[in-house]
Design a protein around this ligand. Structure first.
Ligand code: FES
Ligand SMILES: [Fe+2]
Length: 375
C-alpha cells in the first residue's frame, strides 16, 4: 500500500459540503462494488478474517483515555483472544495475553487501577510490566525461572489517542500508525463504556456506518431532520475511511471566512479504522465503537464514550445527555436494519450485495480486506 493520502482540513471539507448542498450532489466513487453474500456466511471466510487479518493487523483496542494513569488496566477480548492492556509506572501502555502463566486463568476483567495483578486461582502475582513477581509456596515448582514466566506481551502502539494492538507476527499489511490523523485529542476523558451482542456479521454492522445514502429512509425522525440525505464527503486514507455527515447548522458557516470555518458542531466525522473500529465525532463528544466479531453471525458492540466537557458543568452535561439520547435512537434504527440484513443472508434472494457510487467507502473496505486475505 502506498503513502497514506492525507485528509482535507476542516475549511476544505466545509466548502465541499456547501458546494454539494448548492449543487444537489454528493461524493461519488468511480465504480460500484459487488460483495458475494457467501462472504458474510462462510465459516471458512470468517476464520480467515479473524486469523489472517484481525489478529495480524494493528487493531484499535481502546482509547488511551481508558488508561489514564500508572496501573490503569482494561481487559477485553479482541478477535476471540482475551487481552489485558495496562499502563505501566513508566507511563507506557503494554498489552498482554490475559492468561496466567500457571494454568491460564484471566488476571483481570473489565477496567480499573491496580498496583499488581494477582491470579484468583492460586495467587501468582504479576507486576504492571507483566513480570512474574511472586509464586505462593514456590518450592512446589522446583527449578521455576520466574523471569521466563511473565505475562506474554502483544505488540502495542499508542497513536492519536488510541491504543493499537497487533496480536500475531508478522503483521499483515502496514497500518502506518505514525501517520494517522488526529482522532481523540488530549483533554478527552472516558465517560462510559457499554457493550451489547447482536446477531449480525461484523462486516454488515461496519457497512452501516460507512454511507449517508440511508439517512432519510432509515433515520426519518432522528438524524434526517438535523442532517441531509445522501450528502457526504468520503475520503480514504490507507485502508481506512473518513465519511463526513454535515448538519443543517452548517449553513451558519456561509458567513464565516473560509479559513475560520470549524467543523465543531457542524458535522460528524466517522473515521473507519480498518478493519473493525469506528471513531465518530459529535458536539462535545467522541465515540469509539469496536465491532468485536464473536462468530460468523454474532458481533459484540463495544462503545467508548468520551467528552472534553467538565463533569460538573450542568449545562454541558444536559447538552451531552440530549445529544446521546438522539444518537441512541438513531443507533437503534441502524441495529434494526443490519439485523434484518443478517436474517436474509440464507434466503437465497441475493448472491451478492451491490454497493453503489454513494457507498464507495464500503467498496474501499472490501477491496482492502480482499487484498489482505489474498496476500
Ligand atoms: S492459574 Fe493463575 S495461579 Fe494458578
Ligand atoms: Fe445509520
Amino acid at each position: 500500500m502506498g503513502a497514506m493520502t492525507s485528509l482535507a482540513d476542516d475549511p476544505t471539507v466545509v466548502q465541499r459540503l456547501l458546494d454539494h448542498i448548492d449543487g444537489g450532489t454528493t461524493d461519488v466513487a468511480t465504480t460500484t462494488w459487488r460483495e458475494p453474500v457467501e462472504n458474510y456466511r462462510s465459516e471458512a471466510r470468517f476464520a480467515a478474517e479473524r486469523d489472517l487479518v484481525l489478529r495480524r493487523y494493528p487493531i484499535a483496542f481502546c482509547p488511551s483515555a481508558a488508561l489514564p494513569g500508572p496501573g490503569s488496566y482494561l481487559a477485553r477480548e479482541a478477535a476471540g483472544v482475551p487481552l489485558l492492556a495496562v499502563r505501566g509506572s513508566d507511563g507506557r501502555v503494554r498489552t498482554f495475553r490475559n492468561a496466567c502463566r500457571h494454568r491460564g486463568t484471566q488476571l483481570a476483567s473489565g477496567a480499573g487501577c491496580q498496583k499488581a495483578f494477582v491470579c484468583r486461582y492460586h495467587g501468582w502475582t504479576y507486576g504492571l510490566e507483566g513480570n512474574l513477581r511472586h509464586v505462593p509456596h514456590e518450592h512446589g515448582f522446583p527449578g521455576l525461572d520466574k523471569s521466563t514466566r511473565g505475562l506474554v506481551p502483544v505488540e502495542t502502539t499508542e497513536s492519536q489517542g488510541l491504543v493499537f494492538v497487533t496480536q500475531e507476527t508478522p503483521p499483515v499489511g502496514e497500518a502506518q500508525l505514525d501517520r494517522l490523523p488526529p482522532l481523540i485529542p488530549p483533554g478527552f476523558r472516558l465517560t462510559s463504556t457499554t457493550e451489547g451482542d447482536l446477531p449480525v456479521n461484523w462486516k454488515i454492522f461496519a457497512e452501516g456506518f460507512l454511507e449517508g445514502y440511508h439517512i432519510r429512509s432509515t433515520h426519518a425522525e432522528t438524524f434526517y431532520p438535523l442532517q441531509f440525505d445522501n450528502l457526504n464527503v468520503v475520503e480514504a486514507f490507507g485502508r481506512n475511511n473518513r465519511i463526513t455527515f454535515p448538519y443543517r447548522a452548517i449553513h451558519k458557516l456561509r458567513t464565516v471566512p473560509s479559513a475560520e470555518r470549524s467543523a465543531d458542531g457542524k458535522l460528524t466525522y466517522v473515521y473507519h479504522l480498518f478493519p473493525n473500529v469506528m471513531v465518530a465525532t459529535f458536539p462535545a463528544k467522541i465515540v469509539m465503537v469496536v465491532l468485536e466479531p464473536l462468530s460468523v453471525d454474532r458481533t459484540r458492540l463495544i462503545n467508548y464514550d468520551l467528552t472534553d466537557r467538565d463533569a460538573h458543568d450542568v449545562d454541558a452535561q444536559a447538552f451531552l445527555g440530549r445529544g446521546s439520547a438522539l444518537v441512541d435512537l438513531g443507533a437503534a434504527e441502524d441495529r434494526e436494519m443490519v439485523c434484518a440484513i443478517q436474517r436474509s443472508l440464507g434466503s437465497g434472494a441475493n448472491e451478492f450485495f451491490e454497493f453503489g457510487l454513494f457507498e464507495g467507502a464500503i467498496g474501499h473496505f472490501h477491496r482492502a480486506l480482499h487484498a489482505l486475505l489474498g496476500a
